[in-house]
Design a protein. Sequence first.
Length: 278
Amino acid sequence: MSNFRLSEDQITKFGQDGYFIVKGLFDIEEISILRTAIEVDPNLKDRLYNRYDSSGRKTIMATWNHPGDSVYGLAARSRRIVDSMETLLGGEVYHYHSKLTAKEPYDGGAWEWHQDYGYWYHNGIVFPHLCSVMVALDQTNKKNGCLQIVKGSHLCGRIEHGVLEGEQVGANVRRVEEILKMLPIEHIEMEPGDGVFFHCNALHRSDQNQSDNRRWTVINCYNLATNNPFLEHHHPFYTPLQKVDDSAIKLAGVRLSNSSDEFNEQSANPPELTGKMR
């Protein structure tokens, strides 16, 4: 979607609900380029790792801190995304990290209810001035484990998190139960190229992939430049972000990363989040 700009309705929805969906954020040609690059990049493949749910099913992941000149780095630096983030967060942003989340047919695992700021708070980030956009590489639906968001839950503030069954960190179960009595869940069903922008305090989860079709998405995360972490951790401090025009993706084509060093070996949980959540 070239020259995309947020509407007033989208900005209002973000404030009220904590998220909104953009249909066709990337067009068919663009998403085909992005999908192909991620499927064939040997450097990304070299740094894939698994996150397991309580039943032993896995989500295959890759994480990278700095968006380089690969085509998916260009997507994360595109004006349609970065300008939107700066509008939503109220100032200059930087790329906090990106990740691939891949759920294979009948094997892709679930994610428990959590807030991204439930983790990132422990990285020394003072304010919840962060936002992410999930871009669908494949169709996402209820059967293959699409994202679920609790509407308006970002207004609940940060919830305590801890280790749940399996190896995932999730939000306090009792508090989530009470929130779900008051607020509705929306299943974020998307077509390839659609994107959902969501606040770092929005409660979200996803089910296992119970279908014949894979569910691959890329999530780009951004922090307000003035919200620089005070602790050193596995994601970056403020780093100026070089925006590119929305045309950069098609001009680059299937451009891959330069080295496996561009990717994290594995995304670690903060050391404070090691206790079992009750």
